[in-house]
Ligand binder design. Structure first.
Ligand code: S3P
Length: 176
């Protein structure tokens, strides 16, 4: 089935992993979390990849993995928040299925990532300020994704239901 993938994009802490896992379970799709997959393949956590190999090296691994995953079918892919920095990534994912950008306010994001130490870009004293800065820098990239869900008022379950509704609508559209 062509265009049978779902890719979840969005800033850190917008719920991509939790929503992706549940969506995949409900649809019977294969779930993949890109950060986890990269950590697996490289054999070290993202923080160490950033420290030892540098961010450009991580971005190259992300791009290579997107190319690979876009060739597969019936996948739910939770991407890393910086995937939008390379427009080719978004184009490839869009060619392979539904791309949804999850959004949340800086305050919601902070509440979700506050005690997490696995994100090198948020390893700073004033996390809220950093979140605001990064969101502002990337705003146009996230806004360029035409399908977006504001997750602030939604539970993981409700967000997954909305993703599935959008996916089913896309499948029906293609059948017409
Ligand atoms: C990043 C987001 C992280 C991870 C890396 C860089 C970013 O993924 O890929 O730390 O640039 O926004 P999550 O969005 O899953 O936290």
């Amino acid at each position: 089935m062509p265009k049978s993938n779902i890719a979840l994009l969005g800033f850190m802490g917008t719920g991509k992993s939790a929503v992706g896992r549940l969506t995949a379970q409900r649809l019977g799709h294969t779930y993949i979390d890109m950060d986890t997959e990269i950590e697996h393949r490289v054999g070290k956590p993202i923080t160490r990849i950033f420290e030892e190999d540098g961010e450009p090296s991580f971005r190259a691994m992300e791009a290579a993995l997107v190319e690979e995953l876009a060739e597969r079918r019936r996948m739910v892919i939770s991407t890393g928040g910086g995937i939008v920095l390379n427009p080719d990534n978004v184009r490839r994912l869009e060619a392979s299925g539904l791309v949804v950008c999850l959004r949340a306010s800086p305050e919601t994001i902070l509440a979700r990532v506050e005690h997490d130490t696995s994100r090198p870009l948020l390893a700073v004293e004033d996390k809220l300020q950093r979140i605001r800065e990064l969101l502002e820098k990337r705003r146009s990239r996230y806004d360029a994704v035409s399908v977006r869900i504001d997750t602030d008022p939604l539970s993981v379950e409700e967000t997954a239901e909305e993703v599935i509704r959008l996916f089913n609508a896309l499948q029906e559209e293609k059948e017409c």
